[in-house]
Every structure is written in C-alpha cells, then in structure tokens.
Design a protein around this ligand. Structure first.
Ligand code: PHE
Length: 335
C-alpha cells in the first residue's frame, strides 16, 4: 500500500477528539475527507490495482471513511451543544446587575403651564376653545373695533402674509382676541370660554420680548357680569396656578375692544407685575357679532388676555424669555 491508511486513520481520530470548536472540526473534515485529502487521492488510484487488491483496498478505505464520518458526527454534536450552552451563559440576564437608567423626557414649561391653565379654568366652568394662528385682518382687527389707522396694524408690528389675488388679508394673529369674535358669531350667551394659543409680533427680541409667545384669552358673557367677577376669576386662577394666595389690582388702561379697559397687576415679593390686559367687552364688539338689539336686557361681558410666558417666567424664576424658545437642552432638562 503506497500510503499508510492506518496511520492516517489514527491521526485523524486523535485530531477529531482534540478539536476545540465547530470551525476547527470543519477544517479537519476537509483535510481528511475532502476532495483533496490523501484518502480521496488514494481512492482514485484504487481502480488501477489488481482485482484482488482492488476489492481489499476499496473495502479498507470505505471502512475508514465510515469510521471517520461517525467520529466527526459525534464530535460535531458534542461541540455544538457546548457552544450553544456557552452562548446562553454569556447572554443570560443577570438580574442582580444594576439597571441601565432610562432617560425620561419632560414637558416644556409652557406646555405644563398651558395644562394648568386649562385645568383651572375648566374647574370654574370655562370651555376651552382654540383658533387659527393665521387670521384675517377682519378678525384680528376690524371686528375688535381696532381702527384702520391703529399702530398695531403697521408692518412694523405685525407679520402680514403675502396677499393673493381675490384672497382676504391674512396675518399671524397678534393676540388671541380674534377668537372672541369667531366664538360669538357661532354661539349665543350666556357662556364662558378661554382660548390658549400662540401669538406673533413683528418686533426686535430681547430678554422680555419674543416674536412669538402665548396668551390665554378669556371671555365671559352673561347678564350682570362686572369687573368684580373678572377680579374674582383672575384672583382664583392665579392663586391656583401659583399655589398660594395672590393679590391683584387693576390699572386704568386702553384697548379698542374693551370699555372700560384695565391692566392687571399681581403682587409678587412686594412688587406689582403686569400679567394681563382686560376689560368689559366694548359695545362695538357686540355689534360686530350682532348681539344686543337696543333694550334693557343687554348682554354684558368681560374679556382678558393673560401673558402665559410671563406666568412661566415668574413660576420658574426665568429672567430671559428667549430661553423658552431656544430649544437648549441644558435649559429644558431642568423641568
Ligand atoms: N388682546 C390684548 C393684547 O394682546 C389683551 C386683552 C385681551 C385686553 C382681552 C383686553 C381684553 O394685548
């Protein structure tokens, strides 16, 4: 015999037994049983032997091949079991290990404040309604008794939207008051509503001015509604919002859509801070929505517009309104 089959068999069996991984075993299988193995090469020469030798050699090679195959299969099964169990041990969850902290987000301080606003006014029987941020000049100005020549209509104060042929004049609402008109056009008194929402002013920004901010409009229409009711409602709202007894006072002021008009101040650490504009609904506003045919039972109402950003700044001691819109996580993660 030109090659020592016995020696190859012994060597192969030893190597199989010593194999440490499935990969390792696979290269041994290629080495001993593959097409280029010594055994395969030898088998190809068997056909050239004498008939007797051929039978004997063929039988011997087949016996060895079968024997090696069996050894490979056994070892392969053993290695695979070992590898699977090692993998499972490695990936097993260690329930005693300290947990990974999940990063929890939080609501923007303005969103938190708006939720409180809704909740508190709702508890006083106010409906919450919302209106469009892009308004017509009719709702933002005319119907609110704001004359054509009023300075707030100026290009310097208001973001106007480019007018298209046949379209109304659109702008980004400068206050939430237009929703007074939209609501009264569709509903009859008595009612009480608040309108939280974003408003826009075309002006230079600084620590106390932003081009966008939030207001809460309030409107209550009924018989015999007075400034005293307004004072009661605002005092209750602010006390709930700041979770302490709050003192407020009115200063005489002017808005085209209220008469009389007031500015609302709140006392804070001995100082009076302005937080809203308000007043009794002007007769021209009721006229614009076709309330009140002249008579003794006229509807009356109060309206107010609270600056939400101001409330948030007071609540959290924030000294620059721009922080609220800067999107800086170092700021926002504090809430
Ligand atoms: N709309 C006024 C403003 O933006 C505030 C206001 C609302 C005043 C309602 C009176 C009544 O300044």
């Amino acid at each position: 015999m030109p090659i020592d089959l016995k020696k190859i068999e012994t060597e192969a069996l030893e190597n199989i037994e010593a194999a440490e991984s499935s990969d390792n075993l696979e290269s041994l299988r290629v080495k001993y049983l593959g097409r280029k193995s010594e055994i395969s090469g030898y088998l190809r020469t068997v056909k050239d032997l004498d008939a007797d030798d051929r039978a004997e050699a063929g039988e011997e090679v087949n016996r060895i091949k079968k024997n090696l195959k069996k050894a490979f299969e056994g070892k392969s099964k053993e290695l695979r079991e070992k590898e699977v169990s090692e993998k499972m041990t490695k990936e097993r969850i260690d329930i005693s290990a300290p947990g990974k902290k999940i990063k929890e987000g939080s609501l923007h301080p303005i969103t938190q404040a708006l939720r409180d606003v809704r909740r508190i006014f709702n508890s006083m029987g106010f409906y919450i309604v919302e209106g469009p941020e892009a308004e017509t000049d009719f709702y933002n100005f005319d119907a609110l008794n704001i004359p054509k020549e009023h300075p707030s209509r100026d290009l310097m104060d208001t973001f106007w939207i480019k007018k298209e042929e046949g379209m109304d004049n659109y702008l980004l609402r400068t206050h939430t008051s237009p929703m007074q008109i939209r609501f009264m056009e569709k509903h009859n008194p008595p009612f009480r509503i608040v309108v939280p929402g974003r408003v826009f002013r075309h002006e230079a920004t600084d620590a106390t001015h932003e081009i966008q901010f939030y207001q809460v409009e309030g409107l209550m229409v009924d018989k015999n509604v007075s400034l005293a009711h307004l004072k009661g409602v605002l005092t209750h709202f602010l006390s709930e919002f700041f979770k302490k007894d709050v003192e407020i006072k009115f200063h005489q002021s002017h808005f085209p859509f209220t008469e009389p008009s007031v500015e609302v101040f709140m006392k804070l650490k001995g100082k009076w801070i302005e937080i809203a504009g308000a007043g009794m609904v002007h007769p021209n506003v009721f006229k614009a929505v076709k309330y009140n045919p002249p008579g003794p039972d006229d509807w009356q109402g109060f309206a107010f517009g609270i600056g939400v950003d101001r409330l948030v700044m007071i609540r959290h001691n924030i000294d620059d309104v721009r922080l609220l819109y800067g999107g800086d996580l170092r700021f926002l993660e504090q809430f």
